[in-house]
Design a protein around this ligand. Sequence first.
Ligand code: GN1
Ligand code: MG
Length: 359
Amino acid sequence: MNELFSIAGHFIDPKTIENIQPLGNGLINDTYKIMLKGGTKPKYVLQRINNAVFTDVEMLQNNIEAVTNHIRKKYENQGVKDIGRRVLHFLKADTGKTYVIEDGKYWRVMDFIADSYTYEAVTPKYAYYAGRSFGDFESLLTDLEAPIGEIIPDFHNIEFRLRQLDDAITDDKAGRMKDPEVQDYVKKIKAVEERMCLGEQLYREGKLPKRICHCDTKVNNMLFDKDGNVLCVIDLDTIMPSFVFSDFGDFLRSAANTGAEDDPNLDNIHFNMEIFKAFAKGYLEGTKSFLLPIEKENLPYAATLFPYMQAVRFFADYLIGDTYYKIKYPEHNLVRTRAQWRLFQEAEACLPEMKSFLS
Ligand code: GN1
Ligand code: MG
């Protein structure tokens, strides 16, 4: 705990701190809330950046600052109220940067947005607001001039993820390939490979653009106020150029799943079309100033791509011995693979209904 106080001390006066407690359930970074003496609510968020995943922290923080400053300026021009609650704000450390390095670990501090709520599941009404917000978020960034680096190269490139899986299969580092269930997933994943790489094909043909996307639009990466209004989008680490499919697909991967991301009971997992429709409606409103027909008509594909890609990623991590995602038990990444694969199948079964809704 003393270590955390001294790190926070690079950003704020450590004598003012009452306590620092864990916050949230991200799979990559470690997050804490800072309570100040005499306060009733947390005041700041302290986060250890996982620099095994984000190897270029300088680029990471530059991306985040460029995006948050751009959005803040736009809100100011639009006369938006309560801007401190509508866009994240990172504190400068005594180094002049928005992060510090201590013992090889990277840390940053942002303002805590009080009286805000996150959800692991949403109603159609909230899904509509979320669609609108992620759409607005992308829309606000269409005229961003500052360069945004590809913070994790090929992050949502399914061809790359499939190559990583191939390497994991060949290396079989954890000795898990002998399991017949594992071999069965390899076959199932490969059988649909070609059609799942559609986005990359369209990009190569020059038909599909990349835009500045959030790229981690899990339902729990959005803050709501007590009345259910969206306050702001959080977890900005993966902002980078990508297909709009990233934000559309990854939200539905979490929000339209009637089960959990790692649900051990596959019967819980269905693709909720009411959530799809509400989210799509909001998203199309938010993106109407720029979304191309080729992007719009492939949104149903995006809704299937993300459970597929997440199954591939969890599965590859399982095969290499669980080095990327935090796990709670040894089979966790296999359980996640099963759940994401089931969701992929459920989403594919909804493709005709999704297409007819959007046409
Ligand atoms: C990770 O950081 P977190 O838990 O919000 C991951 C996402 C995955 C997600 C699966 C940088 O997100 O891509 O979709 O886990 N982030 C990174 O839950 O890999
Ligand atoms: Mg998160």
